[in-house]
Design a binder for this molecule. Structure first.
Ligand SMILES: [Zn+2]
Length: 67
């Protein structure tokens, strides 16, 4: 079945028995387990970025309050 490639966001192919994920666009070739880990890792990093952004916003607001 076709899925979205986690690496290049193009169309990747997942085995019908969930045994592999392959993308011909960026040569992605991993097992489904690795694919899930990859997604989890990406999501975690994305959340971190959002968290950093939020805390930076908070710091900026605090600085403005001090003025
Ligand atoms: Zn790809």
């Amino acid at each position: 079945m076709k899925i979205k490639c986690p690496k290049c966001n193009d169309i990747a192919e997942m085995g019908d028995d969930f045994s592999f994920v392959k993308c011909s666009h960026c040569s992605l070739d991993m097992t489904y387990g690795e694919y899930v880990k990859y997604l989890t890792y990406k999501d975690a990093r994305y959340s971190d970025v959002l968290g950093d952004y939020a805390s930076t916003e908070g710091t900026t607001a605090g600085t403005l309050d001090d003025w």
